[in-house]
Design a protein around this ligand. Structure first.
Ligand SMILES: Nc1ncnc2c1ncn2[C@@H]1O[C@H](COP(=O)(O)OP(=O)(O)OP(=O)(O)O)[C@@H](O)[C@H]1O
Length: 257
């Protein structure tokens, strides 16, 4: 099930610096929504505020109409909002499958006692987690590498493994932090295909922070543009591409193709 996300008049201040200032956007269920902007525009801050890592200085964030401001990141994950990381965050010495099972177990509420005594509930939880792990690996196209050590995967596949770990928690909205960063053109195309198949298979809502404009323009239904913490535009890819304010903010920047 996909979720809606409303970011309402959100500000985040670091001393006198307004890293975010009055940011507003709404993501409808099932949309892929891009958040773009030059370096230092506030994208990472927005990500951290939405996922509960940083409290906003003002404003509200609503997941399916319910405010998530002030909730712990783990509580927000329970509610279905899950993020991926720019760096690969896998256990290199464990197999690909073990990594994803560990992710899937986050959602299984099993007590320490149940795990220690290996109760039926603990076994059921492990079986469910393994089933979800396989589903995620197959969606990301790395099921055939399930038994390889995560550290031995090529870099592009490690990045897909990071997405599979997030997906195995069965989110309703996935926040993706620069999924194309560091990938070669072929790996970027594979990642874009993987994102499309995830959305189709799960009818997921996706918030994508990305510098690679070809991916953003090709995948997103709507795009918001940040510049110095202010939202300077929101619209369809075609509207964003032809918006004079956006062109000016990016002019001369090599990340805008
Ligand atoms: N913890 C912090 N303390 C003080 N200032 C911060 C902090 N985090 C971010 N900033 C500042 O807030 C502004 C926005 O930074 P942010 O990292 O959100 O931008 P960004 O759009 O993600 O940039 P990039 O594309 O380079 O990752 C910058 O001026 C940055 O220096």
């Amino acid at each position: 099930m996909s979720a809606s996300l409303e970011v309402q008049n959100v500000g985040k201040y670091f001393g006198g610096l307004k890293a975010l200032n009055g940011v507003n956007f709404t993501i409808q269920p099932g949309q892929i929504f891009g958040l773009i902007g030059p370096n230092g525009a506030g994208k990472t801050t927005a990500f951290n505020v939405i996922s509960g890592v940083l409290p906003p200085s003002k404003g509200d964030i609503r997941l399916n109409g319910e405010s998530i401001v002030g909730k712990k990141p783990s509580r927000i994950v329970d509610k279905g909002l899950v993020r991926t990381f720019q760096q690969t965050m896998v256990f290199p010495g464990r197999t690909v499958l073990e990594n994803v099972i560990a992710g899937a177990m986050v959602k299984e509420e099993i007590s320490l006692a149940a795990s220690i005594f290996d109760t039926k509930a603990a076994q059921d939880a492990r079986n469910r987690a393994e089933e979800h792990a396989w589903e995620a690996l197959n969606l990301l196209g790395i099921g055939h590498q399930a038994h390889i050590r995560a550290g031995d995967l090529p870099y592009g596949h490690q990045r897909r493994l990071g997405v599979a770990v997030a997906l195995s928690t069965r989110p309703s909205i996935l926040l993706m932090d620069e999924p194309a960063a560091g990938l070669n053109p072929e790996e970027k195309a594979d990642m874009a295909r993987a994102i499309t198949s995830i959305r189709e298979a799960r009818n997921l809502t996706i918030l994508l922070v990305e510098h690679h404009m070809k991916m953003v323009m090709g995948l997103c239904d709507r795009i918001a543009v940040l510049n110095y913490g202010e939202m300077i535009a929101e619209g369809s890819p075609a509207e964003i591409r032809s918006n004079p304010k956006v062109i000016e903010a990016y002019l001369g920047k090599d990340d805008y193709e």
